[in-house]
Design a protein around this ligand. Structure first.
Ligand SMILES: N=c1c2ncn([C@@H]3O[C@H](COP(=O)(O)OP(=O)(O)OP(=O)(O)O)[C@@H](O)[C@H]3O)c2ncn1[C@@H]1O[C@H](COP(=O)(O)O)[C@@H](O)[C@H]1O
Length: 87
């Protein structure tokens, strides 16, 4: 179990050390266009899960959307704190 901020710290470390087999390294290397498509894809899956699937499936899809949002923030050099100031 990890929090939003703990996951972001982990992703920053992946970006820095670039370990073999990291999903995050692959996602960062794929570029902003591909990262944006993943955000949209996961947002759509959250919507479908909310309408038709279980609470557990919705929570899992939401986790993937949060992950994809973090990847795109990281790629642009932003952090969750840049977002929090608008909440
Ligand atoms: N939370 C996530 C996470 N959520 C989603 N994903 C990625 O999203 C994929 C699932 O999304 P899709 O449904 O689009 O599946 P897919 O189309 O088969 O995936 P792709 O072929 O497009 O990669 C997973 O296979 C992962 O690649 C994640 N990848 C990593 N994390 C966490 O990020 C941290 C760093 O992970 P690594 O960079 O892999 O070390 C770890 O704590 C991981 O748990």
């Amino acid at each position: 179990m990890k929090t939003f901020d703990e996951l972001f710290t982990e992703l920053q470390e992946r970006a820095r050390s670039r370990p073999e087999g990291s999903s995050t390294v692959s996602a960062l290397d794929a570029g902003i266009h591909a990262q944006g498509k993943k955000v949209l894809e996961e947002a759509g899956e959250v919507w479908i899960a909310a309408e038709y699937e279980s609470d557990e499936q919705l929570a899992e899809e939401a986790s993937q959307l949060l992950y994809r949002l973090q990847v795109i923030l990281l790629a642009r050099g932003l952090s969750p704190h840049d977002v929090y100031r608008y909440l």
